[in-house]
Write a protein that binds this ligand. Structure first.
Ligand SMILES: *Cc1c(COP(=O)(O)O)cnc(C)c1O
Length: 355
C-alpha cells in the first residue's frame, strides 16, 4: 500500500442518528452524518476530505449527466456482538471499482485512498452501524465525470465519494420472475461486467414492464439468442439441479462478477458440493423443472445475500418451484455467510476485514 493520504476532516455539529428508528429502517434513503469526497484534476486525486453529508454543487454541463461516465460499488459494514467493526471482502469491491473505471476510461483509485477514506468515514460514523442482528451499514463508493464540457471524450476531472446508509435485516419474500426474451441489460462487448450507472438505467423500463405483468424481477438472457441465462434482476443467477449448483460462467463480459456469487461458490466447493460454472440455457432449467430435478433457483448479491425464486415465467407459462426447507442449499449457504460474519463459523478464506 502506498503512503496513507492526509484526509482533512470537518465534522458535523449535530448528528441525525436519532431520526433513525432501528425497528423500521427503509433501504437507501437515510444517510449517515458524513461523506468522503475527493476530486481528480491535473492527473491526480486532490484534497481528500470527510465532510458533513450534504448536496454537491454541479455545473449543468457536468459530463457524467450527459455521457454517463459513472460507476459505483456496494458493500456492507457490520458491528459484531463485541463491538468490532468489520467489512466483508472489501478488497474485491476495490478491485472491481478499478476494473469498472478502466472500462469507462476513468482514473484508477489508489488502494490507500479507497481504504483510508472508507475506514476513517466508518470510524467517524460508527454509531450508524447498529449492532442488532441483521443490521449493517451499506457503503456506497462511487465515481463520476465532472468536466463542464459538452464535447464527447473521457473527462479530465472526476469526483469520487463514499456515502453510507443504514440497512435493517433484509428479508425478502420469495420472488416470481420472468425470462426476458426481448430486452437486454448488457450485450457481449458492452459494459455488463462493470458496475456502471448506465447498466441500471437501461434495465428499469423492461423491469417495469415485467412488474406490470405481475413479476418481481427479470431473468436476463444473452443479447444474441435470448437462450442463455445471464443475471437475475441486479443479482447473479444460481440454481440447483439434482445435487449440482449451477451458475452462468463469467466468460461472457456481460455478467457482473459478484462478490456474493464468488463467496457462495466457494462455500459450496468447501462443502464438497458439485459446482458448474458454464453456459446455462433457459431450456435446460425449464426441462429440469418439468422433470422434477430443479430444486432451487435464487439470486445472489450484497443487498439480499440470497433471494429465493418461487416461480419462473417463460413463453407464457409459469413454472412453480418446490418450497424450500432448512436443508435447502441456498438457505444453508445464506446462514453460513451470516455465521462467518458474526464469528460462529471459521473464516477460512480471510473474508472478514477488521477495522
Ligand atoms: C452489484 C451487482 C451484483 C451483485 O454483486 P455483489 O458483489 O455480490 O453485490 C450482481 N449483478 C449486478 C448487475 C450488479 O450490479
Amino acid at each position: 500500500m502506498t503512503e496513507a493520504p492526509k484526509i482533512s476532516i470537518k465534522k458535523s455539529l449535530t448528528s441525525r442518528i436519532n431520526e433513525l428508528d432501528p425497528k423500521n429502517i427503509p433501504f437507501g434513503n437515510i444517510f449517515s452524518d458524513h461523506m468522503f469526497v475527493v476530486d481528480y484534476s491535473d492527473g491526480q486525486w486532490q484534497h481528500p476530505q470527510i465532510v458533513p453529508y450534504g448536496p454537491l454543487e454541479l455545473s449543468p454541463a457536468t459530463s457524467a449527466l450527459h455521457y454517463g461516465q459513472a460507476i459505483f460499488e456496494g458493500l456492507k459494514a457490520y458491528k459484531t456482538s463485541n463491538g468490532n467493526l468489520e467489512l466483508f471482502r472489501p478488497f474485491e469491491n476495490f478491485k472491481r471499482l478499478n476494473r469498472s473505471a478502466e472500462r469507462l476510461c476513468m482514473p484508477e483509485i489508489p488502494e490507500s485512498l479507497f481504504f483510508e477514506g472508507m475506514i476513517q468515514l466508518l470510524k467517524i460514523d460508527q454509531n450508524w452501524i447498529l449492532p442488532n442482528e441483521g443490521c449493517s451499514l451499506y457503503v456506497r463508493p462511487f465515481m463520476f465525470a465532472t468536466d463542464h464540457y459538452l464535447g464527447v471524450r473521457a473527462s479530465l476531472n472526476y469526483k469520487f465519494l463514499i456515502i453510507t446508509s443504514p440497512a435493517g435485516s433484509y428479508f425478502s419474500e420469495p420472488l416470481k420472475v420472468i425470462v426476458e426474451t426481448k430486452y437486454v441489460r448488457a450485450a457481449e462487448g458492452g459494459m455488463g461486467y462493470a458496475k456502471a450507472a448506465g447498466n441500471y438505467g437501461v434495465s428499469i423500463y423492461p423491469t417495469l414492464l415485467a412488474q406490470k405483468k405481475g413479476y418481481h424481477q427479470i431473468i436476463w438472457t444473452d443479447s444474441k439468442e435470448h437462450q442463455y441465462i445471464e443475471e437475475l434482476g441486479m443479482m447473479n443467477f444460481m440454481c440447483v439441479i439434482n445435487d449440482t449448483l449451477l451458475t452462468p460462467s463469467l466468460e461472457t463480459n456481460s455478467i457482473l462478477h459478484g462478490v456474493t456469487r464468488d463467496s457462495i461458490l466457494t462455500i459450496a466447493r468447501d462443502w464438497g458440493m458439485k459446482v458448474e460454472e458454464r453456459k446455462l440455457s433457459i431450456k435446460e432449467v425449464i426441462a429440469a423443472s418439468d422433470n422434477g430435478t430443479l430444486k432451487e433457483v435464487f439470486g445472489v448479491g450484497t443487498a439480499a445475500t440470497v433471494a429465493s425464486i418461487f416461480a419462473i415465467g417463460y413463453e407464457g407459462k409459469d413454472y412453480i418451484l418446490p418450497t424450500l426447507d432448512d436443508s435447502a442449499f441456498s438457505r444453508r449457504a445464506k446462514q453460513e455467510l451470516y455465521n462467518i460474519r458474526n464469528g460462529h463459523s471459521p473464516d477460512h478464506h480471510n473474508w472478514i476485514y477488521k477495522l
